[in-house]
Design a protein around this ligand. Structure first.
Ligand code: SAM
Length: 194
């Protein structure tokens, strides 16, 4: 990890504030941790890795799919102009929205909804980060990527083995896709949960 903006953001965001109090002591270990409802906050290494791969610039508008605790959204908010984040489990979306507001990350908007549909009203996005694993890349998300945009997502049909995919759309709208690291994410699920 070399990107100084990502490293500065990692130092600045208080990861312990995105976890249940009983886990706050483990907040800075390099592990994923449970955040309730069967979901996890990702391992810091992989959060930093994906943030660097996304190559966010200060003027960018970024879509995140899978708000979870809100931690990744907070990091993105320090790197981008505006962040839109979607979470399919209502209590997680509400807790993340509250937490981000309390901590002053006021350029983040959290929506309860299905990330497979993206956020058409706010599209196109300069960057899209998916933090749960779909079996195949959702076409709506590729459509919502701006020309010159980049999308990073763990993709794959197995619960414990996916590949990080990087999709780039050129100025003419042509899409190129390449594979990066093998990763392990919770699956992206289609229906919303209340
Ligand atoms: N980025 C999060 C953070 O910083 O805490 C961690 C994300 S966690 C690994 C994956 C999240 O994706 C879970 O909160 C899960 O509920 C959510 N998710 C799964 N399927 C989804 C979907 N279709 N739309 C939106 N969110 C989804």
């Amino acid at each position: 990890m070399r990107d100084p903006r990502v490293l500065a953001a990692m130092r600045e965001v208080p990861r312990d504030r995105f976890l249940p109090p009983s886990l706050a002591e483990q907040a800075y270990d390099d592990n994923p941790l449970p955040i309730g409802r069967g979901q996890t906050i990702s391992q810091p290494y992989i959060v930093a890795y994906m943030s660097e791969l996304l190559a966010v610039e200060p003027q960018h508008r970024v879509l995140e799919v899978g708000t979870g605790s809100g931690y990744q959204a907070a990091l993105l908010s320090l790197l981008a102009r505006r962040v839109y984040s979607i979470e399919r489990i209502r209590p997680l979306a509400e807790a993340a929205r509250r937490r981000l507001a309390e901590l002053g990350y006021d350029n983040v908007e959290v929506r309860y909804g299905d990330g497979f549909e993206g956020w058409p009203e706010e599209a196109p996005f300069d960057r899209i980060l998916v933090t749960a694993a779909p079996k195949t890349l959702p076409e709506a998300l590729v459509e919502q990527l701006a020309p010159g945009g980049r999308l990073v997502a763990p993709v794959g049909g197995f619960e414990d083995a996916q590949t990080l995919i990087v999709v780039e759309k050129d100025e003419d709208g042509n899409v190129r896709r390449r594979e990066d690291l093998p990763v392990r994410f919770v699956p992206m699920l289609p229906e919303t949960e209340v």
